[in-house]
Design a protein around this ligand. Structure first.
Ligand SMILES: *Cc1c(COP(=O)(O)O)cnc(C)c1O
Length: 452
């Protein structure tokens, strides 16, 4: 039996992508004021901006779209969705939202007040923003191994349990919940081990504080546990996911990730009182509790997608295709967060462009250079995104699920290596104007006058 890991699907419907000239890309970047979020998608050849909502759905999901029941109340699609979520996540209350951040907003609005503290292994940008929006403080407690991008460790997404214990002891009554993000997106798409999640759960519960998972990539995290954590090689990904979720009191989820859908999310809790308050808010801003912020067809697509994300052939291909990109560029000397993450490769822009200081946005400079060189869109995760809270200057190349083939990735590798060879010519940027929250989406930028 050959050992090549292949895409475990064939292509039934295609979407053309268009090449542009370098002059066209320069014009697009100038019009976008050097912010790739403002570049039209048609002017992008390979879009690695995000793996969120950009995946391809399966024939079973499209079939689900057709049978979706669009009734306002009591839709037939609602129990299909609720039961699929319960089957994997196991929590008593399931609250459908239009995407992950809506679940976050409802959760933090109900649980947090000004002056509170919310610890997380690493807050994702929308999670941090929603914590801060209610006046609470978002504190990142990554494990020590996460600090050095070049050092490989099987579970770099882990939380620093001793730091959590200390924080909970010193801030009694001020921590309404602890979040654990699996996989740790902003920390490099790195997984959290079951041992670490267990220790975090025990610490939380010893202090009487509930634990919520930011479960966006629960399936990819389960796959890494199966591959790397002693004792789990023979466990099915779904059983690993269930074991992890059983350690928590609830979760937030973006179905645009391991829900394999183009839109959607949910909030889960085991707390009856909180659930009632959350449903009241849901009705105010999202919709009736049997559909939340979603169409009936979305509920069906997500119900199918959650289980497809746990398929072993799919997960093996997914991990292999992301690692393929990371291994090929790192072998040629490009500094990346090691080991490759579950959904993305993170280039260490500080090491790639040592002549560009953090204040001159090296991650943005590199992302823009990749766009100019090959029409590839990526995203900075660094000073533009997190301002003073940035721990690293990264460029994330997120791989959409079931969308690109190996030749697309070969093209990406070739482009990155071309840019790497000419990295000394890349100059920094300055911020012309930025919003107070999530400023990277809309910031207007300009090249520094001193660009070499
Ligand atoms: C995407 C994401 C979110 C937010 O979900 P949206 O669907 O984009 O609103 C929250 N946490 C993590 C870790 C994510 O990756």
């Amino acid at each position: 039996m050959p050992h090549t890991i292949i895409e475990p699907f064939r292509i039934k419907s295609i979407e053309p992508i268009r090449r542009t000239t370098r002059a066209e890309r320069e014009a697009h970047l100038r019009a976008a004021e050097w912010n790739l979020f403002q570049v039209p998608a048609d002017a992008v050849l390979i879009d690695l901006l995000t793996d969120s909502g950009t995946g391809a759905m399966s024939v079973q999901q499209w079939a689900g779209m057709m049978v979706g029941d669009e009734s306002y109340a009591g839709s037939r699609s609602w129990p299909v969705f609720r039961d699929a979520v319960r089957d994997i996540f196991g929590y008593g209350h399931v609250i459908p939202t239009h995407q992950g951040r809506a679940a976050e907003r409802i959760l933090f609005s109900v649980m947090c007040k000004a002056g509170d503290i919310v610890p997380n292994n690493t807050h994702f940008d929308t999670t941090r923003a929603n914590v801060e929006f209610v006046g609470a403080r978002a504190v990142d407690l990554p494990c020590v191994e996460a600090a050095d991008p070049a050092v490989s460790h099987p579970f770099k997404g882990n939380m620093d349990v001793a730091a959590l214990d200390r924080l909970l002891s010193e801030n009694r009554g001020r921590v309404p919940l602890v979040m654990l993000t699996v996989t740790n997106n902003s920390g490099g798409g790195q997984p959290v081990s079951l041992a670490n999640a267990t220790a975090v759960s025990e610490t939380c519960h010893r202090h009487g504080v509930p634990l919520y998972f930011d479960a966006c990539r629960f399936a990819e995290n389960a796959w890494f546990i199966k591959q790397r954590e002693p004792g789990y090689a023979d466990h099915a990904p779904i059983d690993i996911a269930r074991a992890m979720m059983a350690l928590g009191d609830g979760c937030t989820m973006s179905a645009k990730k391991d829900g394999m859908a183009n839109i959607g999310g949910f909030l889960c809790t085991n707390d009856d009182v909180l659930a009632r308050q959350e449903e009241n808010l849901l009705i105010l801003t999202e919709g009736y509790p049997t559909y939340g912020g979603l169409a009936g067809r979305d509920l069906e697509a997500i119900a199918v997608g959650l289980h497809e994300a746990l398929d072993e052939d799919y997960l093996a291909y997914r991990a292999a295709s992301v690692a393929y990109l990371g291994d090929h560029i790192s072998r040629a000397g490009v500094p990346i967060i090691q080991p490759p993450g579950g959904h993305a490769i993170y280039i260490d822009a500080k090491a790639f462009l040592p002549h560009v200081p953090p204040s001159a946005l090296p991650g943005v400079a590199l992302a823009n250079a990749l766009y100019l060189a090959g029409g590839i869109r990526s995203v900075e995760i660094g000073t533009l995104m997190f301002a003073d809270a940035a721990r690293m200057e990264l460029v994330r190349l997120a791989v959409p699920r079931r969308v690109y083939t190996q030749s697309h990735i070969d093209y990406v590798v070739e482009t990155i290596l071309e840019v790497f060879a000419e990295r000394e010519a890349i100059g920094g940027l300055r911020i012309v104007e930025a919003a107070p929250f999530l400023r990277h989406f809309t910031a207007r930028l300009a090249p520094l006058e001193t660009a070499r």
